[in-house]
Ligand binder design. Structure first.
Ligand SMILES: *[C@@H]1O[C@H](CO)[C@@H](O)[C@H](O)[C@H]1NC(C)=O
Ligand SMILES: *[C@@H]1O[C@H](CO)[C@@H](O)[C@H](O)[C@H]1NC(C)=O
Length: 290
């Protein structure tokens, strides 16, 4: 029997729309999710800065109380950074919002295109980059203010290792880099500057005559960060041990993760990273000075 060509057309049209429907369903399912978790004992105000010429990720700043989380759908091929602001308040006379650490200077909770004023621990992402891989890292190049952990979940390719800085480096920060706050009776360390920011020396900043991997070497200060947080970026050319890749993953971004719990959580995962996530020696030092 000969098939009615109109019927054939209508079947294939239905099939086509079914295909389109399922593929749009898939692209929804495949959109990257960031789950941002605050495990700090205090409130934080995460900030988000989208890179140039990328679809912005909104909101660009928000409050996240202790124990709370938020899940964001991230535009495909998004690139940008996420950080946590601490000790924020609104000035009752001017109405201006500002934070003691990692402020973005916008005067409000949303950063609206402004980045973190250093020192700030940064989680950096470029999604769907070379070979469809996501590139991510946790950077201390602009200093440190909070412990952070990035965990890739459900990735199909790439190392998908966790990265971050799990140690509280504020207490252990070398005096020359320390940012303290408070008054006479109650001074506490709230952040730890990079050597570049503290001294402005091109040798620390990897600038001027030191702007290549060969002419910008680790310093005693960057090594302090690297020893404590072996997988985090400690200076501008610290790429080899600090950038991680994963394909089609969702990401968990945790502020103030518990170092021991995190280690247990990560024990079951495949570990492609050359360096440990936590340096137990330094963690011990950090805990006792915090
Ligand atoms: C010092 O700081 C404490 C705690 O933040 C505050 O309660 C106190 O009023 C401050 N004292 C002065 C003199 O500013
Ligand atoms: C761990 O910290 C100690 C003390 O700072 C340091 O000597 C050692 O190299 C660090 N280990 C790693 C893997 O970074």
């Amino acid at each position: 029997m000969k098939m009615n060509p109109h019927l054939l057309f209508s079947i294939s049209a239905t099939f086509l729309s079914f295909l389109l429907f399922t593929s749009s369903l898939f692209s929804v399912v495949q959109s990257t999710k960031f789950k941002i978790v605050n495990k700090c004992r205090h409130t934080i105000w995460p900030g988000i800065l989208t890179g140039a010429n990328r679809t912005p990720l909104n909101p660009t700043g928000f409050i996240l109380k202790s124990g709370k989380s938020i899940t964001l759908s991230v535009p495909s091929s998004w690139s940008g950074r996420i950080w946590g602001r601490t000790d924020c308040s609104t000035d009752p006379s001017t109405g201006k919002f500002s934070c003691l650490t990692a402020d973005c200077g916008s005067g409000r909770v949303e950063c609206a295109g402004s980045g973190a004023v250093p020192p700030a621990t940064l989680a950096e992402f470029t999604l769907n980059g070379d070979q469809g891989l996501d590139f991510y890292d946790v950077s201390l190049v602009d200093g440190y203010n909070l412990p952070m952990l990035v965990v890739a979940k459900g990735g199909t390719r790439g190392g998908c290792s966790s990265t971050g800085c799990l140690v509280d480096l504020n207490g252990a920060c070398p005096p020359a880099l320390r940012v303290a706050a408070g008054n006479g009776s109650e001074i506490r360390s709230v952040a730890c500057k990079s050597a570049c920011e503290a001294f402005g020396d091109p040798a620390y900043c990897c600038s001027e005559g030191h702007n290549t991997p060969d002419t910008c070497q680790p310093s005693e200060y960057s090594l302090f960060f690297k020893h404590a947080c072996p997988r985090a970026y400690s200076y501008a050319y610290d790429d080899k041990t600090s950038t991680f890749t994963c394909a089609s993953a969702d990401y968990l971004i945790i502020f103030c993760p518990w170092p021991y719990t995190s280690m247990k959580l990560l024990g079951a995962r495949r570990e492609a990273a050359q360096l440990p996530l936590v340096n137990k020696t330094t963690m011990y030092i950090g805990r006792h000075h915090a």
